[in-house]
Design a protein around this ligand. Structure first.
Ligand code: ZN
Length: 184
């Protein structure tokens, strides 16, 4: 993608381009995802980077609104339509989604993962996992395996994403914080 197309993508705030490039705004020193609702710089004030790390290295700060520096494991939940959440899954471009889905489809483990109608649904949840129990405790949720398994029922058939999100909670809060309380 050349700079002209990248600028068009930025103007459209098309989230399909998220992860493909990052836009640094020279007038503010901030860099953003293409879909950022906050950014619409003039063409001469924007430069493009293939990765968030490249934008950081060039001296740009991550935008607080679109969190272009969010790494795998600390993806933010974003509001979706009523009763749903949209959980962005970061990836490193280039991404051939169709090939990736084909790869996952033939390797899906029956009863655990399924591929139907163009969607891959990984549905693993480990209520006895110590990380899961610590994360639930930190979130103020019941952490005993029976309660956790029951709560996870409503995350079907994407419980693997919930699992990933819970482990991310430990990453976010692990450094420098007190030891997690012991679970009875
Ligand atoms: Zn932004």
């Amino acid at each position: 993608m050349d700079d002209q197309h990248a600028y068009q993508a930025l103007k459209s705030r098309d989230s399909r381009f998220d992860g493909w490039f990052f836009a640094g705004v020279t007038s503010t020193g901030v860099y953003c995802r293409p879909s950022c609702p906050a950014v619409m710089p003039r063409r001469e004030h924007v430069c493009f980077f293939p990765t968030a790390a490249a934008a950081q290295a060039a001296g740009f700060r991550a935008c607080k609104r679109c969190r272009p520096d969010a790494a795998p494991g600390d993806a933010d939940s974003q509001p979706g339509t009523a009763g749903t959440i949209s959980l962005p899954l970061p990836y490193r471009p280039p991404l051939d989604l169709a090939a990736l889905l084909r790869f996952l489809a033939v390797r899906a483990i029956p009863g655990v993962e399924e591929y139907t109608d163009g969607a891959f649904r990984p549905d693993v949840f480990m209520p006895t996992d110590l990380g899961v129990r610590h994360a639930l405790t930190r979130l103020g949720r019941p952490a005993d395996p029976t309660a956790a398994a029951a709560a996870a029922q409503r995350w079907r058939p994407w419980r693997s994403y919930a699992l990933q999100h819970l482990w991310g909670v430990l990453d976010d809060q692990g450094a420098g914080s007190a030891s997690p309380p012991l679970i009875p």
